[in-house]
Design a protein around this ligand. Sequence first.
Ligand SMILES: CC(C)(COP(=O)(O)OP(=O)(O)OC[C@H]1O[C@@H](n2cnc3c(N)ncnc32)[C@H](O)[C@@H]1OP(=O)(O)O)[C@@H](O)C(=O)NCCC(=O)NCCS
Length: 342
Amino acid sequence: MSFAFGIGIGTQNKKGDWLEVFYQQPVMAPGSVLMEVVSNTLGYQGGNQAIQAKAEQLSELASALRRAGETTQAILAEKASQSSRPVAVTILDTDDAASSTPEVYLKLHLISHRLAKPHSLKLDGIFGLLPNLAWTSEGAIDLEELPERQLQARIEGRTLEVKSVDKFPQMTDYVVPSGVRIADTARVRLGAYVGEGTTVMHEGFINFNAGTEGTSMIEGRISAGVMIGKGSDLGGGCSTMGTLSGGGNIIISVGENCLIGANAGIGIPLGDRCTVEAGLYITAGTKVALLDDHNELVEVIKARDLANKPDLLFRRNSQTGAVECKTNKSAIELNEELHANN
Ligand SMILES: CC(C)(COP(=O)(O)OP(=O)(O)OC[C@H]1O[C@@H](n2cnc3c(N)ncnc32)[C@H](O)[C@@H]1OP(=O)(O)O)[C@@H](O)C(=O)NCCC(=O)NCCS
């Protein structure tokens, strides 16, 4: 069985290089019938490949898919055959590192369509395959071609709005997964996994290969690679430490029913039902005073030793400045209150 498949409509620059691809209905683990039709009509002979298909090839593909009972993809191929933009039929036989822009886009789509979880796909080397682009009101534009397009738009009485200059587009221009609210769509990149029941407020951010498992209120930043468990909330402006820069290599995650307070931050993975006080940043090496139920010191340990442990409350003692950790008794209550208005 192949790994993934997608019929995508994309953008190329004047040199004919792919800039981006939109896959409306990517397929995870396509069946042998679908792959056989693609081999017969497009000459696909195995491996990972993005085939740029012409209108006639797509019509032929559509008819063959229909005969084979692959109706959804047949309709897509039919529609794509009328596209004025280039069409990529992308086949990933395996999850090996991508070797083209359409392949990377297919992988990012798989995550944002919730067909694959963050960390489950090989994303090595994707930065080199994602061109830095102007994302505009008229689609993706190669930066070298931007001044000309801006001038042309003015001449024709239009304004070309450049919404961002980045390697990743915003997720919602490609897919809006079910049951989510995203107040500022620019804050969620393609390749984010936004769980059913998640609200991302204006201050919230979700990077690629990162996201939420289910119901969450996100008012802080979810860095690349970070996954947030069901029922957990990120308070306004809080930070989860990523691994893309700064030497950190612990993959951060947050368990279920946690609360990271406003302006707080974590550099260790949290277990279930943990709370971090507003404003407190816990790094892996932070020395933490473990307190018992009577607020007596039990021992001083490093925060990394508390990684993934459940039911913890982290706070900075407002009188001594020491970072303290106690058993968390109010996590669920706090979350229920916050979720009441999701
Ligand atoms: C850490 C936090 C969870 C503690 O809240 P709580 O469990 O309700 O605790 P309380 O504020 O009732 O305090 C319990 C006791 O601990 C004390 N205490 C609380 N924080 C303390 C601190 N940092 N240092 C010393 N004592 C502290 C209180 O004074 C109180 O003492 P008392 O027993 O003598 O009355 C809360 O302060 C917090 O930071 N919540 C995050 C909220 C948030 O940011 N939400 C997101 C919004 S966008």
